[in-house]
Design a protein around this ligand. Structure first.
Ligand code: NAD
Ligand code: WQD
Length: 344
């Protein structure tokens, strides 16, 4: 075994794919998840993909005593990957205290326990949302942090600062902040993927649900932006590629290769795609025609953002490799699998 990694939010969308990649790279995993936005059977599916069922603790990261007991029981944990958070931007505007409590208290608890249990480092799920609408594209890690548009976005900024301040105070831990762009797709086995709660807010689950007939029509939010085809541009990153970035971050951390105690990396492809381009790529990849219409802009949307991933490529040694059509096919196969399982 290369080391034992505690993965909070490990039954969630990105967490489950990361647990698979960690196990396939020889790490032992302990998942902590309260199942507030995921299902317990994900642990079985991870077992089916990798041949190893990870340890699973149903617990809430807001509960310091519960976490303390888990650390005490599992012996030496080498590092943490912290995915557990509430992530719905719109809901965070309606319920800011829920978001601040969940996303901030969970991190505080982990940071408090890490030195007590000799945990060396933490990889944190941050987001390109910290850049807002960047002045320069593609956006690098050196770009200024813009005022957050939502309580959710603000929790990411505050959490980054909490980690920086904790390390600066002399706490003997290191950290890697991964700023994800737009994660999409599912594991090629179609055994794990994204489980949207209710009506999806994110584009790709809305596309696959429309394609399968759960939603009658997809709305393209705006075609009058200052982009070549008028629709918004994002950097869509395959979730398995994204999961692999965490394995690179963990090995860099545990091998003591970090240049600074807190390192920040953009995790994206470096390629921006418009909403309309993504729709056409989905149709080309799956042969399924999408019923869509142009709708008004969605409040709070950024016009265009895509990553400069060169730091992750050169320093972390990670690169996104999966093409958009393969990624969209994986999202479609996952949607078909959900129907087969009678879930959605
Ligand atoms: P997800 O909701 O699928 O996974 C989060 C998991 O954390 C869920 O399984 C949920 O049950 C669990 N969880 C939430 N609060 C918890 C708590 N207090 N204690 C224990 N478990 C808890 O979300 P995801 O898309 O996999 O996102 C993972 C992380 O990546 C989040 O921090 C999210 O903010 C961040 N992120 C996501 C995206 C994206 O578009 N999906 C983009 C950038 C950053
Ligand atoms: C992508 C594009 C929409 C739905 C959000 C969060 C961000 C990050 C990732 C966590 C946009 C358009 C969407 C639809 C559409 N999460 N769209 N019709 O807004 O880039 O980012 O998820 O950190 O913080 O804000 O992702 O998938 O919602 O939208 O036209 O039905 O698709 O306008 O241009 P977004 P998204």
């Amino acid at each position: 075994m290369k080391g034992k990694i505690l993965v909070t939010g490990g039954t969630g969308y990105i967490g489950s794919h990361t647990v698979v990649e960690l196990q396939e790279s020889g790490y032992e995993v302990v998942i902590v998840d309260n199942l507030s936005n995921s299902r317990a059977d994900v642990v079985d599916y991870i077992g089916q993909i990798t041949g190893t069922r990870p340890a699973f603790e149903q617990a809430d990261c807001r509960d310091l005593d519960a976490l303390d007991e888990i650390f005490a029981r599992h012996g030496q944990i080498d590092a943490i990957i912290h995915f557990a958070a509430s992530k719905a931007v719109g809901e965070s505007v309606q319920k800011p205290l829920l978001y601040y409590r969940n996303n901030i208290v969970s991190l505080l608890n982990l940071l408090e326990l890490m030195p007590r249990y000799g945990v060396k480092g933490i990889v944190f799920s941050s987001s390109c949302t910290v850049y807002g609408q960047p002045d320069v594209l593609p956006v690098t890690e050196a770009a200024p942090i813009k005022k957050a548009e939502s309580p959710y976005g603000n929790t990411k900024q505050i959490n980054e600062e909490i980690i920086q301040d904790t390390v600066r105070s002399g706490t003997p831990i290191s950290a890697v902040l991964l700023r994800y762009f737009n994660p999409i797709g599912a594991h090629p086995s179609a055994l794990i993927g994204e489980l949207p709660n209710g009506v999806p807010m994110n584009l790709v689950p809305f596309i696959t649900q429309t394609a399968i007939g759960i939603r009658p029509q997809l709305s393209v939010f705006g075609d009058d932006y200052g982009t070549p085809d008028g629709s918004c541009i994002r950097d869509y990153i395959n979730v398995v590629d994204l999961a692999k970035a965490h394995v690179f971050a963990i090995s860099r951390m545990l091998e003591g290769k970090q240049a600074e105690q807190v390192e920040v990396f953009n995790i994206g492809t470096g390629r921006g795609l418009s909403v309309l381009e993504l729709i056409h790529a989905f149709e080309a990849a799956t042969g399924v025609k999408l019923n869509y219409r142009i709708a008004p802009r969605r409040a709070g949307d950024i016009e265009q953002v895509w990553a400069d991933p060169r730091k992750a490529n050169d320093v972390l040694g990670w690169k996104a490799t999966t093409g958009i059509e393969d990624t969209l096919r994986s999202a479609w196969n996952w949607q078909l699998k959900l129907r087969e399982r009678g879930i959605q």
